[in-house]
Design a protein around this ligand. Structure first.
Ligand code: FAD
Length: 479
């Protein structure tokens, strides 16, 4: 007989730990499965907890409010006042995000599995989840290999998939119109980062600032993505880049090069003029790593029959910044809470679970389709156009608002004269207006997120049409 639980949470990463905490706190008999051993909970791959580690204060506050868990040192590694984005020519600098932290992800994960156990969840490390158990078209549990590499089967009324990017659950669901199986490579950033110490040969806050996270937009150094220098405690630095494959191919072709992600990271590190003599920090074997992030809107539905998804498995990272910690935390909390409510109400139907879609949409997801369009637009620009646009097209406030997905009533008309002074940029300016209007439209569409499964199909198709139009208008064109 397979073991029976109310809720299975698969994956003890940023989303899964909080989902298990909330489900258990809500009274559901909960099991949390993760393939790593306890010391390495939440480790993404053999490369470690590969991440830039930066996270907004608002999301940490959300955990305290909803789960009653206060995060402090050592899991909060370092505080930052803001995140700044610099143009390729380094002449313009915009505030992209407010106060936040860099986390110590191994320590954070160890704390949170402890909290899940405290809340009453049964935590099983070294359990590799291989797929869902489907009976008569219904999802009834998961199977995999346990710590002795023996086959296991566990049944539950609800399965929360928090397995990250390469989820073996999402990809093996029965074909359905709610959850996508694969993510297009056009919507994926290949990323890598080092955690390291450096000699500081010069002070320049445009490259490294102990009080702020720095992002460098540059289609040559990081085509289709960006480079970052994030401060950590004790003078350590998290430094890395993300690139989009098609943009990298185009950039290589234009420059007659065959650079890889690995090469570009080393070039980026060498490009930062104020940091020399890198020493990788091997604490927790987490110094050097590579992995992928999806940078599109979250899946249109996060819910299927007896199934809920949270975090990277549902493509939740912010399409512009690739910040996925915050949305994974928010989704984990909301998924666990909703699952516990469904168990208490003895109603685990898809109609009941649908409220999780609405809650995530209200708390975070309603801006991401607009941001996806903004990302597609940015990837179509070369360095010169980004420099020009950051200088002339938008005010600092407008750019910051756009980056937050707020889509302000930008004073485009007032900037039109400036554009006329550089006639070559009129096309790019028109494209900005197009992107802005699409973002606005998508925000309106997400305000009308389907209240039930019946309204879903038509809404999903309408959103897909808007995104497809943006992709058709803005093919990547870096350098
Ligand atoms: C280089 C890089 C830099 C980034 N920088 C930032 C940043 O600065 N800020 C930010 O907000 N976001 C950043 N992100 C994104 C962020 O790291 C992710 O969005 C976040 O980790 C998602 O959490 P998750 O819980 O969904 O998945 P994960 O953190 O991937 O956790 C999934 C868990 O499930 C386990 N698992 C997977 N498959 C199985 C299986 N079959 N069986 C059992 N267990 C399994 C994994 O081992 C892991 O423990 C970055 C990502 C990368 C790659």
């Amino acid at each position: 007989m397979a073991e029976q639980f109310d809720v299975i949470v698969a994956g003890a990463g940023m989303a899964g730990e909080l989902a298990a905490i909330m489900a258990a706190k809500g009274g559901a008999k909960t099991i949390l499965l993760d393939r790593n051993d306890q010391q390495e909970a939440g480790k993404k791959t053999n490369w470690g907890w590969v991440c830039g580690d930066a996270c907004a204060k608002a999301h940490v506050d959300f955990i305290e409010k909803e789960a009653g868990i206060k995060l402090t040192a050592p899991e909060i590694d370092h505080k930052v006042d803001g995140v700044y984005v610099l143009s390729p020519d380094m002449k313009n600098k915009f505030l992209f995000d407010g106060e936040g932290y860099t986390l110590d992800r191994p320590k954070y994960a160890r704390k949170m599995v402890g909290e899940a156990v405290k809340a009453g969840a049964d935590y099983r490390p070294k359990h590799e989840v291989e797929g869902p158990i489907v009976q008569n078209g219904e999802l009834v549990g998961v199977f995999g290999k346990d710590q002795n590499t023996q086959h296991f089967e566990i049944h539950a009324k609800i399965i929360i998939d928090a397995l990250g990017m390469a989820s073996t659950l999402r990809r093996r669901l029965p074909p359905n119109e709610y959850i996508e199986k694969d993510v297009s490579t056009d919507d994926i950033e290949s990323t890598g980062r080092y955690i390291a110490r450096f000699d500081h040969v010069k002070e320049d806050p445009n490259y490294y600032d102990p009080k702020n996270a720095i992002i460098h937009l540059n289609q040559q150094l990081a085509p289709g993505g960006y480079g970052w220098v994030f401060p950590k405690s004790d003078g350590k630095i998290n430094i890395g880049i993300g690139v989009e494959k098609k943009s990298l191919d185009i950039r290589n072709k234009k420059l007659g090069k065959s650079d890889t992600l690995h090469k570009l990271i080393d070039e980026y590190v060498a490009w930062v003029p104020t940091l020399k003599n890198m020493r990788i920090d091997e604490t927790d074997h987490n110094g050097k790593g590579y992995w992928s992030v999806a940078v599109r809107r979250q899946f249109d539905s996060l819910v299927y029959k007896n199934y809920m998804g949270a975090g990277d498995t549902m493509t939740m990272p912010n399409p512009i910044s690739a910040g996925g910690i915050g949305p994974a935390m928010v989704a984990g909390i909301l998924a666990g809470k909703t699952a516990a409510e469904a168990i208490a109400a003895r109603d685990t139907s898809m109609d009941f679970l649908w409220r999780y879609n609405q809650r995530f949409n209200d708390a975070y997801g309603n801006k991401t389709a607009g941001l996806e369009v903004f990302r597609i637009f940015l990837q179509s620009l070369n360095n010169e156009q980004i420099n020009y646009g950051m200088e002339h097209f938008l005010t600092k406030e407008e750019t910051t608002a756009m980056a937050y997905g707020l889509v302000p009533e930008i004073t485009l008309a007032s900037t039109f004269n400036k554009v006329l002074s550089g006639l070559g940029n009129i096309g790019a300016f028109k494209n900005l207006i197009f992107a802005h209007s699409k973002m606005k439209k998508l925000i309106e569409m997400y305000k009308k997120y389907p209240k039930s499964t019946g309204e879903f199909k038509a809404w999903k198709e309408a959103v897909a049409k808007e995104i497809a139009e943006a992709k058709a208008r803005f093919p990547p064109n870096p350098v």
